[in-house]
Write a protein that binds this ligand. Structure first.
Ligand code: SF4
Ligand code: SF4
Length: 263
């Protein structure tokens, strides 16, 4: 049975900490890839509670330091989401007596065919919890925050009422600004996204070249990424900058798309 009072208690809990919250019942994850289903994280999983925090979009039009600001924001927001997920899981176990497992907001990740995967896809969970819809930049677009939300989650055995899922195209029909601006040409002619090409350009860390130089390093990349590689340097924000959904609502000047230096 749905527990409305527990749902409200979770909303209050997240609201006091400054996060947005949405509920995705587990039956919305039928097509999750093997090993990445909510049930792989929590026994008797019934609901994925998604937490979200926006990043300030003013960073994208910073005249001199957009990447410095974005880098710090990413690495500040992920620990907050992780701490909040941990607190919320304990709250659910203590107050409601149900198992709950926090989902990492970024790493640890697991590597499949050399591609990093989250334990659970938080972007897909966010869509299923009603936060927004995927845009053509492969990121979730929220009606108010554009693609500037970052996500954490808790999987729990508590059945909570699902939030309505959005179903619209968040991108203007002819817009491909993110594809054209991509520094790594990560979108091919068929519009398929090459995650590895983006990561090669975007994620820079001193230890990566060493980890990737031989077979042993390659084999251990998951361990490297999940430990020393966690706090990487970010080297590209072009798709975020040029996206009209990330501008101030009243701003039609294209200010974010200005050629601000990348550091
Ligand atoms: S972050 Fe940079 S490299 Fe990655 S998709 Fe966006 S524009 Fe392309
Ligand atoms: S730049 Fe245009 S196509 Fe790309 S995500 Fe933003 S609105 Fe969509």
């Amino acid at each position: 049975m749905m527990d409305e009072s527990l749902a409200q208690a979770v909303r209050d809990f997240a609201g006091r900490r400054g996060s947005l919250v949405g509920f995705a019942p587990v039956d919305r994850f039928e097509n999750a890839p093997e090993g990445h289903h909510p049930g792989d994280l929590c026994r008797r999983a019934a609901t994925v509670i998604v937490l979200a925090r926006p990043l300030p979009r003013g960073m994208l039009s910073s005249p001199r330091y957009p990447l410095y600001a974005l880098h710090r924001a990413y690495h500040s927001v992920y620990p907050r989401l992780d701490n909040e997920g941990l607190d919320l899981a304990l709250f659910l176990e203590t107050e409601a007596g149900v198992p709950a497992v926090p989902v990492p907001s970024y790493a640890p990740m697991v590597y499949q065919s050399m591609e990093p995967w989250g334990l659970l896809s938080l972007k897909h969970a966010a869509v299923r919890a009603g936060f927004g819809v995927f845009g053509r930049n492969q990121i979730v677009h929220h009606p108010r925050y554009g693609s500037m939300l970052r996500f954490g989650a808790v999987v729990t055995a508590a059945p909570l009422p699902g939030d309505p899922v959005m179903d619209h195209d968040p991108c203007p029909p002819d817009c491909r600004a993110c594809h054209r601006a991509c520094a790594a040409k990560a979108w091919g002619e068929d519009e398929r996204f090459d995650k590895t090409a983006c990561m090669r350009k975007t994620i820079k860390h001193a230890i990566y070249p060493m980890a990737l130089k031989d077979e042993a390093g390659l084999k251990n990349i998951e361990r490297v990424v999940n430990t020393a590689g966690y706090n990487y340097w970010l080297d590209c924000d072009r798709c975020l900058k040029v996206c009209p959904n990330n501008r101030w609502p009243q701003d039609s000047s294209g200010e974010n798309a200005a050629d601000a230096p990348n550091r």
